[in-house]
Design a protein. Structure first.
Ligand SMILES: [Zn+2]
Length: 377
């Protein structure tokens, strides 16, 4: 049998759900909710529906024979709906034309402002390691640790949560962390988190390790300007440093493939969506609170070096100027306190990302071979 259905990938389905804030683009009902029936305590009644049908056939709606398989399974051909609206649009092709659905999608995504009222996404983002990201809130914080309640998953599932304890020992040390957008803060876990089912939600109790010391932002850094070669001191040097860290995509630095930021990837995935700002904030929390695992000459440090907390991240426009994105930030800097600035961050194109990662892997492999040979001598 030849493969004729051009279905969406899991990634595309998740992106559609996120961009719609898990709300049906047609009837505006929430497509997630706690449930006792589902094993992961969250019922998902949403569907990533095709605007133009994935395959031809008697039941196919809005099938466009001129589209390529790639176009049919592309995010542009998807719309997030609840299960009943998903059925409805396939029953009534006259009313739900492709143009009508595209307009509906555009208007819905544009209207999902998370900060505004009426949002079904209660709370803020909480990340446990790289793979579990959920919307939730802090319910307790004290000397015995912090307790959070998760209302729904952005990535990962209830199953991943339950296996946290069992798998904790197998996680890479640099992945054993928690990031809390509500506090602009995060850290490495001191021990395996405790997961409990409370009513219809999940609660996770954890303790964080002591923070690694931050550098004094008022004093200690000087570096050469990339623009004109002059020597930058103090804050000026830090601004360039923050922009460099954010602009270097994860996996593109051959000497350490674990370094860099997700910002460019997030940009292409969530451009135009209010989720971009929240996910960018989460990434900045990681860069400010989770230490690098290759210790520098001056002991352990975080990639952002001097940032204690991320208080605000906002993206006024998704337009790029010379491939750079303006991001308004408010950081709490060691030695200086609250600091507002507009960072100008380089965004790699998807092609640059792919090429950069391929190059980095190639040179990293060569580097390892040389290192191994040197050890033999
Ligand atoms: Zn609906």
């Amino acid at each position: 049998m030849t493969k004729t259905r051009n279905d969406f990938s899991a990634r595309t389905k998740l992106d559609l759900a996120l961009r719609a804030s898990y709300v049906c683009s047609s009837c505006k009902l929430s497509t997630v909710g706690p449930s006792d029936e589902a094993p992961d305590a969250v019922t998902m009644i949403g569907v990533a529906a095709h605007i133009c049908s994935a395959a031809p056939g008697p039941g196919a709606r809005r099938y466009d024979p001129t589209m390529t398989p790639e176009e049919r399974s592309h995010i542009d051909n998807g719309i997030w709906l609840c299960a009943s609206c998903g059925v409805l649009i396939d029953r009534d092709e006259k009313r739900f034309t492709a143009d009508h659905l595209r307009r509906m999608k555009r208007e819905h995504e544009g209207s999902r402002r998370i900060e505004g009222s009426g949002s079904d996404a209660e709370g803020d983002l909480i990340s446990i390691g790289r793979d579990i990201v959920a919307v939730g809130s802090i319910v307790h914080s004290g000397p015995d640790g912090t307790r959070v309640r998760l209302s729904h998953f952005v990535s990962g599932s209830g199953r991943d949560l339950w296996s946290l304890n069992r798998d904790f020992g197998t996680w890479l040390p640099e992945r054993r962390y928690v990031l809390l957008n509500e506090l602009g803060f995060g850290g490495l876990l001191a021990d395996p988190p405790i997961v409990e089912r409370v009513g219809q939600a999940y609660e996770v109790q954890f303790r964080l390790q002591d923070q690694v010391p931050r550098r004094d932002a008022a004093a200690s850094l000087s570096t050469m300007s990339r623009e004109d070669g002059r020597l930058l001191h103090g804050l000026e040097a830090y601004i360039q440093h923050f922009e460099t860290v954010l602009g270097m995509a994860l996996g593109t630095w051959f000497a350490d493939l674990g370094q860099g930021s997700d910002l460019s990837d997030l940009y292409w995935r969530y451009r135009g969506s209010p989720w971009f700002g929240r996910l960018a904030m989460m990434e900045m929390i990681r860069l400010s609170c989770i230490p690098r695992f290759k210790e520098g000459r001056d002991g352990p440090s975080t990639p952002f070096l001097a940032v204690n907390r991320i208080d605000r991240v906002e993206v006024p426009s998704f337009d790029l100027t010379n491939q750079k994105l303006a991001i308004e930030v408010r950081f709490d800097l060691e030695g200086l306190g609250q600091w507002d600035h507009v960072l100008s961050v380089f965004v790699s194109t998807p092609e640059q990302l792919a090429r950069g990662r391929e190059n980095a892997r190639f040179h990293n492999k060569k580097l390892r071979t040389i290192e191994a040979e040197n050890r033999k001598v």
